[in-house]
Write a protein that binds this ligand. Structure first.
Ligand SMILES: Cc1cc2nc3c(=O)[nH]c(=O)nc-3n(C[C@H](O)[C@H](O)[C@H](O)COP(=O)(O)OP(=O)(O)OC[C@H]3O[C@@H](n4cnc5c(N)ncnc54)[C@H](O)[C@@H]3O)c2cc1C
Length: 454
């Protein structure tokens, strides 16, 4: 497939930036580059999906920490950022409570812990609605365009990165997430650092529920909004939140989400193509009661009620990449951001935050670069592109891969055992007293203390 070249014949010539993936990071950086006052960038975003922001599939909330907020503030226009910030305005009280799934004891309400990193929750669909606005308005967003091959074409000191349906480009930003599998740019470029976590699986359910269904949810979930549990090799999360209409007013409906991580064999509970969702959810609920000793009235009940859009899969994580550019200057024209390079488990809620922070850092480098509005095509040599890419990686690697590591250790506590319970209690007391908190917090992998700056 050849993408029409109309965008690329602008006068004065602009630096062509091809973004693969209209996810959170790809859309963030597209917004930022499209807002360049000198209009030096000819931005095209290619998304494999036809509709990238379907409400059922993407219906979970994203908790925005400082990195996510910085990313959005940098990339969006002040007006759009202000509008979006109203969508998360009142959400702090809904930070998850850690609870004991066997008996429903609340161990901690994270929103009340001063040292727990602050965050704001925003529905992923709302976030996307704001992020797609400008790229759509400018005709820069192309749905149904899957990129599945990539070549570097040597043209002296100004090389092209060629995508399958393309006739050439100057910079490609890989923002294709971690679910792209064999055709991911990560593999095509030879990084191969994003891996499925062997031996683990995640089962999820999500969907819209009406008021009468919501009323049947366990009180502990209704009271706390979202719950987190750490039971050794099984960890999980569930949340319910009111859905708002396009004007931000509450509706009668709510959104329910649950995710349960555990050993690989839990995926079998959702196997059986002939079984309906009720049967599959029932198997999960039974497993929680029989094998894990969970209180039947809490999580198993949430699973029975949240029996739509059931999905089982493996978690992805990543390792810090080797020097995959190997000094080849033209490889500087391909830059990875977000899950496409630093996939991490969801336990710390940092994947999107780091992805959006990447977008901000990279756009700062591109916007701050001396790319000349009059003749950018000739000014960004391979050497310049490589220097820019290296500078980006130097900031991103320690930041994002630090979170990758922390995310893998977050599930190491088992509050259903005495030692795990003690560890958690010590941590919580330390946090309350403000004393030993840092050491214990790190051993639990829970977070860092920061106040949000908007
Ligand atoms: C249930 C759940 C809860 C989460 N909660 C949080 C949270 O609270 N906080 C947080 O920070 N993170 C959270 N995350 C993680 C977060 O969603 C991801 O880290 C984030 O979406 C990564 O953004 P991205 O732009 O890198 O990739 P994505 O958002 O995954 O976007 C990638 C896009 O690329 C497209 N694509 C893929 N391959 C191709 C191709 N070959 N050609 C064209 N397009 C392609 C995909 O269709 C997709 O639209 C959560 C994740 C899950 C599953």
């Amino acid at each position: 497939m050849t993408y029409p070249a109309t965008n690329f014949t602008s006068n004065p010539p602009r630096l062509r930036v091809l973004i693969v993936g209209a996810g959170l990071s790809g859309l963030c950086i597209a917004n930022s580059l499209l807002r360049d006052p000198a209009q030096r960038f000819d931005v095209s975003v290619f998304e494999r999906d036809t509709v990238a922001f379907d409400s059922e599939r993407g219906g979970y909330q994203i908790r925005l920490g400082q990195d996510g907020i910085t990313g959005l503030k940098t990339c969006l226009s002040p007006e759009t950022y202000l509008e979006l910030s109203q969508a998360w305005g009142q959400e702090l009280s809904r930070a998850p409570a850690i609870f004991q799934p066997t008996d429903g004891t609340i161990l901690a309400k994270l929103a009340e812990l001063k040292l727990y990193p602050q965050s704001r929750a925003v529905p992923r669909t709302a976030l996307k609605e704001y992020l797609v606005r400008l790229p759509m308005e400018r005709g820069a967003l192309h749905f149904g365009r899957r990129v599945d091959s990539l070549v570097y074409q040597d043209n002296g000191d100004v090389s092209e990165v060629v995508l399958k349906f393309e006739d050439g480009s100057k910079i490609v930003i890989a923002a294709d997430g971690s679910r792209s599998k064999a055709s991911s740019l990560n593999r095509l470029a030879g990084l191969n650092n994003v891996k499925l976590l062997a031996g683990t699986a995640v089962c999820q359910g999500r969907g819209k529920i009406d008021a009468s269904t919501r009323a049947k949810l366990p009180k502990i979930l209704l009271d706390n909004g979202s719950l987190l549990y750490l039971s050794g090799e099984t960890t999980g999360f569930c949340a319910v939140y009111e859905l708002k209409d396009a004007r931000g007013n509450p509706t009668e409906d709510s959104f329910l989400f649950w995710g349960h991580n555990g050993p690989e064999k839990i995926a079998d509970l959702f196997a059986g193509t002939d079984d309906d969702d009720d049967t599959k959810a029932g198997r999960m609920a039974e497993h929680m009661v029989r094998d894990l000793g969970f209180d039947p009235q809490i999580l198993p009940e949430v699973v029975r009620i949240g029996n739509r859009n059931l999905k089982a899969g493996q978690l992805s994580s990543s390792t810090t990449p080797h020097d995959w550019r190997e000094g080849v200057a033209q490889r500087g024209r391909l830059i990875f951001i977000g899950d496409s390079i630093h996939a991490m488990t969801p336990s710390r809620g940092q994947g999107a935050n780091q992805a959006m922070r990447d977008a901000a850092e990279l756009s700062n480098l591109l916007l701050g670069n001396s790319i000349d509005a009059e003749s950018p095509r000739t000014r960004l040599t391979d050497k310049d592109a490589l220097a820019l890419a290296k500078k980006f990686d130097e900031e991103m690697y320690p930041r994002a891969f630090g979170w990758v590591k922390a995310s893998e250790t977050a599930g190491n506590v088992d509050t259903t055992t005495w030692s795990g319970y003690l560890k958690m209690s010590l941590f919580l007391n330390a946090v309350r007293l403000g004393g030993l908190a840092v050491t214990l917090r790190d051993s639990l992998g829970l977070g860092t203390s920061k106040t949000l700056t908007f």
